[in-house]
Design a protein around this ligand. Structure first.
Ligand code: SF4
Length: 217
């Protein structure tokens, strides 16, 4: 059985398109990818709205905003000191290396771009791949805690599988298509928030028909 395709079809049949990433610019997506670390999207939305209200959602303004000011504006997203320094670092890198333009950054080829993003403070594989997939529209599969959880509960991968191997598990079975990966990740997040939570709700889950062993938590 092609697990990746079967799971996708079941989730798509249940929910259809998710219309991700909810942002109006590449920069907003990149900032959202940093702010969403260790917090819920509703808290990220509040922080982004605040940046819009303050009219600072551009590279130059964010780079020149004093750290303490930026921290207070993004406080709702949690870990605001670290996140403020990551956002400012990102903006300064864009100014110094990429003419202050996300478009210039996204001229890099995918592998080179991923390495560049991973060299930035506060950007790990999940954040880098979210930026690659949603802001740069590259066919890169994003792995997150929800992906890891449902894959290990179904015994399709070990709980401590490496990020790269887990991503390969999907890409080996799917077409290399950024629109498909976009929907797939969004559907997995919906699955993790709705059914495959810390305490799983297998009885009503769209993936119940794929469960061979009882889930232990
Ligand atoms: S059937 Fe259970 S273990 Fe599988 S994805 Fe749904 S909630 Fe998670």
């Amino acid at each position: 059985m092609n697990v990746s395709k079967t799971v996708y079809e079941a989730l798509w049949q249940k929910w259809g398109p998710q219309y991700w990433w909810p942002a109006t610019s590449q920069l907003e997506m990149m900032i959202g990818a940093i702010l969403t670390q260790y917090t819920s999207w509703s808290q990220v939305e509040k922080a982004i709205q605040r940046l819009k209200d303050e009219k600072v959602l551009d590279i130059q303004s964010l780079a020149s905003t004093p750290s303490s000011q930026l921290e207070s504006w993004i406080k709702s997203a949690g870990y605001y000191r670290q996140k403020s320094s990551y956002i400012k670092g990102m903006c300064w890198t864009l100014i110094e290396k990429f003419k202050g333009s996300t478009k210039e950054l996204f001229l890099l080829e995918t592998h080179e771009l991923r390495n560049e993003l991973l060299s930035w403070k506060g950007v790990g594989p999940e954040t880098a791949d979210s930026i690659l997939l949603y802001a740069a529209q590259r066919p890169v599969f994003v792995v997150d805690a929800y992906t890891r959880r449902f894959m290990s509960r179904h015994r399709w991968s070990p709980e401590n599988e490496s990020y790269e191997k887990l991503a390969e598990r999907f890409t080996a079975e799917l077409e290399k298509d950024h629109a498909l990966y976009n929907e797939y990740h969004a559907l997995i997040v919906r699955l993790g928030k709705t059914y495959c939570r810390s305490k799983p709700h297998c009885e009503s889950c769209p993936l119940k028909f794929l469960l061979i062993h009882p889930v232990s938590v």
